[in-house]
Design a protein around this ligand. Sequence first.
Ligand SMILES: [Zn+2]
Length: 80
Amino acid sequence: MSDCPSRKIIFYTEQEAKEALIRIHVKYQNSSTRAFYTCDQCGHLHLTSSGDMDNTLKQAQQAGRIDQLSESDHWTRKLS
Ligand SMILES: [Zn+2]
């Protein structure tokens, strides 16, 4: 695994980055993390709280998927 001088978490594929974005929003619904970008320093992807909101995240929010997932997360924790 390579490191980045920015000390941010590295994602190697857009899929990974998008999943992480959604997971963050399930956990922290008022998270300011909203998109990912390609890093100049390591050439991989990092999450960011600036810029336009990622389309996948936007769609998930509009479809209520974030709420659904956080609800199921809530129950999973309660039952385990
Ligand atoms: Zn980087």
